[in-house]
Design a protein around this ligand. Structure first.
Ligand SMILES: Nc1ncnc2c1ncn2[C@@H]1O[C@H](COP(=O)(O)OP(=O)(O)OP(=O)(O)O)[C@@H](O)[C@H]1O
Ligand SMILES: [Mg+2]
Length: 447
């Protein structure tokens, strides 16, 4: 129904009258790969039927694939299992850009970095999408939103009759993946729209230096910066993502200006940014991504410009469980946890109705730990294995020896470690409260 480059979750009627979901296959090819990769990938997938929505092949029997392809992925964790036979496959072939970050400097003689800049798909951004765990549907919904904006522009829909902006706002408490999601979203779209746009650019505006450091010249510098962005947009073959991180600093500047504590340039900067954003968003090949920790403090004029205002809160218990699973997977891969332990996914636990057995015991305890970790941000959760190792491993290592040591001594050592660590850094207090780290390691390393 939809041409390629249309909405990502398009439904296509199959001959049986049931809806077949479109499945996106992302093929990372080696540099200078041959042109007929697509055909070989389709033949390869023909040998597979039911897979999970988050599947990546990196080893191939066929010599052609071994020589030309790094990975074939169906990176859609929100889908559960997929029957490839009933699906409409879209194959996206891409290579990664290894140039890394470059900065957009405005004044040659000054070390003023106005923005960071990446060519997409960037090697640095690879894997972020899969690592982020949100409530069901959040990632897909955002992907569909941006795809639709591009689809409407391609169809020359009159924006006076149907209004849509190209502005997405992600808001919520710190450390829950807003900035990462913007980067991941841009990376994913650059891969999925590679038939439509030859390449993509990602520009991360440095809001802090824009609104706090630059004073008298700020207005002019904003204009200069947007002129540079405009040059990128002028290339119609490029899709340009502009990230304005921590957009509340716009309001901070305006309020400060009202209070008379900052030069009135601040207000000029804010207005200048808004005007410039209004101008660039007229172009069909631009997407403006914004984030904020403090929604109530965002400039109203700005808030009004965002079509999608998506709250990104701390992960749910299921989300936490999945984050822990990925952490443990990584620790096993690096052989910090060894030997490798078999952990059941939430889906597998559900199918056995959470029954306790030798096989499920560890996963069930991980789930209980996940429940106790509720409220911690994604950032804290991903830091936990590191802190747990740094702070608790010595305690845990005592345990296998504990048979030979007087119990009172072991207990004393544990308490000593806990007290010492608690004073060490207030940041890790939530961990002590939940004893998450301790339990995590006790169960996984020792048992
Ligand atoms: N929902 C999540 N799932 C998995 N990992 C997460 C999640 N949220 C955060 N993380 C981890 O925390 C790190 C920090 O996230 P990020 O900087 O994107 O958060 P943020 O919401 O932009 O925070 P801030 O508001 O402080 O800028 C990420 O690199 C990621 O590893
Ligand atoms: Mg951020």
């Amino acid at each position: 129904i939809f041409p390629s480059g249309g909405p990502v979750m398009e439904l296509v009627e199959d001959c049986g009258g049931t809806s077949a979901l479109a499945v996106h296959v992302e093929v990372l090819v080696k540099p200078r790969s041959k042109t007929d990769v697509r055909m070989h990938v389709v033949a390869f997938l023909d040998h597979h039927r039911v897979i999970t929505g988050n599947h990546r092949w990196t080893e191939f029997d066929e010599q052609f694939l071994r020589q030309n392809v790094d990975s074939v992925a169906i990176a859609d964790p929100e889908r559960g299992t997929i029957d490839l036979k009933g699906c409409n496959l879209t194959v996206h072939i891409f290579t990664l850009n290894n140039d890394g970050l470059s900065t957009l400097n405005l004044e040659e003689d000054e070390e003023l970095s106005a923005a960071n800049h990446w060519l997409l798909p960037a090697a640095e951004f690879q894997g972020i999408w899969e690592s982020l765990v949100f409530e069901d549907g959040v990632k897909t919904q955002l992907l569909d939103y941006v795809s639709t904006t591009i689809f409407f522009s391609d169809k020359n829909v009159n924006s006076n009759l149907i209004t849509w902006n190209r502005v997405v706002l992600l808001h919520g408490p710190p450390g829950n993946g807003k900035t990462s999601l913007c980067k991941a979203l841009a990376q994913k779209l650059s891969i999925r729209l590679s038939d439509r746009y030859t390449y993509s650019q990602f520009v991360e505006i440095n809001s802090h230096s824009l609104f706090s450091k630059w004073f008298s010249e700020s207005g002019k510098l904003v204009t200069k910066m947007f002129q540079k962005i405009q040059q990128l947009i002028d290339d119609e073959d490029a899709l340009v993502f502009v990230l304005v991180d921590e957009v509340e600093s716009l309001t901070a500047a305006r309020n400060a200006s009202h209070a008379g504590t900052e030069p009135s340039d601040a207000i000029r900067v804010v207005n200048s940014v808004l005007t410039q954003l209004d101008q660039i968003k007229r172009h069909p090949n631009v997407v403006i991504l914004t984030t904020s920790n403090l929604t109530e403090k965002i400039d109203l004029a700005f808030l009004d410009r965002a079509d999608i205002k998506q709250k990104i809160g701390p992960p749910s218990t299921e989300g936490i469980f999945n984050i822990y699973m990925s952490c443990l997977g990584e620790l096993m891969k690096c052989q910090i946890i060894s030997p490798r332990q078999q952990l059941l996914t939430l889906h597998e636990l559900e199918t056995i109705s959470f029954m306790e057995s030798n096989v499920s015991q560890m996963s069930l305890s991980l789930r209980r730990i996940a429940e106790k970790s509720k409220g911690l941000s994604g950032r804290s959760l991903r830091r936990l294995p590191f802190l747990a190792h740094a702070l608790f491993v010595k305690v845990v290592v005592l345990e296998p020896l504990s048979n030979n040591l007087p119990p009172a001594f072991v207990e004393k050592m544990k308490n000593f470690m806990l007290v010492r660590s608690a004073c060490y850094n207030q940041l890790v207090l939530p961990i002590f409260k939940h004893y998450v780290a301790f339990r995590l390691w006790k169960y996984v390393v020792i048992e």
